[in-house]
Ligand binder design. Sequence first.
Ligand code: BES
Ligand code: MN
Ligand code: ZN
Length: 512
Amino acid sequence: MKVSFVKSTATNNGTLVVGVFEDIEPGQSFRQIDTENKGAISRAIKAHNRFFKKRGEFVSVAGLNGVTYDRVIVAGLGKSNELSVSAAREIGGFLLSHLLVMNQQDVTFLLDIATVKQVTSKNKKKADSLPDMLDINQFSANLAYGLRLKEYRFDKYKTTLKPKDKTFLGSLTFLVNNPAATQKIYDELAHTIEGVFLTRDLVSEPANVIYPKSLADRARALTKLGVKVEVLGVAEMKKLGMGSLLGVGQGSANESQLLVMEWPGDDKKAEPVAFVGKGVTFDTGGISLKPAANMEEMKTDMAGAATVIGLMHVLASRKSKARVIGLAGLVENMPSGTAQRPSDVVTSMSGQTIEIINTDAEGRLVLADVLWYCQQRFKPKYMVDLATLTGAIVVALGHHYAGLFSNDQRLADLLISSSKKVDEPIWQMPLHENYNKIMNSDIADVKNAAGRDAGSITAAQFLQRFVKDTAWAHLDIAGVAWTEKDIALCPKGATGFGVRLLNQFVVDNFEK
Ligand code: BES
Ligand code: MN
Ligand code: ZN
């Protein structure tokens, strides 16, 4: 889709979208189109009994006489003083869905400039309490951004779709008062789109396509953007003493890999920030085999790794000033004659021994060694891991918030603040010595699974045993990496959750 921002357009074909507020009378441009059509648009609005001009509501009128557009869509924008960055993005998402239903290809968006002027002056006094208050340029760039995030599709395996059915919108043109400024805002936002789409692609791919080596290869492609990529195999990990990670992969015919990425930023000696992803390319549960129902969803168990890869793509493509390390433990958890058993004791790189109680609690075993390696080699200022770690976090928080755990309240607060800016919500959960004790083993230093109670917290406590004195945070993304239905900025499927949050976190804390 081609997105452009112009002052005026000569080509009046395709679809015209006109935004209207709940609390403000439509402005001059709207009235002009309406008058040219003998009031047909305002009559259509009246005739539509459920159009309250709220966000996500549309009235669509086709075959008008006075305008040369094929169709005019009136888009509800909600209350003028609630028109935030988030609202603009959300409207973009809604609009994309509506345009698909209406099967519209070339679209011009007109936010009545007269209306906007009215809004700005009307809310002057309130401006302090409304830091998000948008001008038409910010509004348009953010609407386009939301629309593009929602437009994502994973249809490469649909052989009966023709190429033209695989592209939805042809062009999207915004009438704005400062095209150059709008384009600049949009271009900055657009860097994250590619990264989010990369993550969604990797998570959507089936497990026969994405396995440890092929996932590492996809990451290697980032070399051409200037990311340094290193991949360690089993022999190297054995030398490092990564018995915890290697135990998980030992039942699989696909060799485990450790992915090490580095974006040097402006100062390749600076104290880095590190992100660590769980990359279980398929989680059968191992010998503690999962039930068959919905097991196919476990192709998404590498979403943490995919998020780190997508993030590195964003940082590199916008040439971030920050020095960032991205790590991922890539393994396949399979049952077989060589698979590890419940009762096995493994020795982690940290030296701590781990009793395997349940081979399905494998993510923490992978992360234990990667977290240790990360601290030892890179000594990061902050270390943040992402993992589809527990079903229990879905029980606790559902599919809206990711779980946040941290040994450092300042880091937790920074993450929450960045998360709010991009609408990728995270909710802090507790860590406490009383939960930690639950993970004590009778015969080893720690066990990998305990009872069902507080399952996400005990998992995080396990991870914390492999964190030295680094400020660390853990994001349990099991509930948010995949969505069963369309959500604001994402169609059903892989969400890419975390790419925009962590990019914002880098912007907010490492690029000043
Ligand atoms: N990958 C799963 C967690 C998961 C569940 C991710 C649902 C996405 C959706 C993880 O490896 C796992 O199996 N966890 C177990 C831990 C238990 C055995 C202690 C769980 O949550 O049941
Ligand atoms: Mn598992
Ligand atoms: Zn898993």
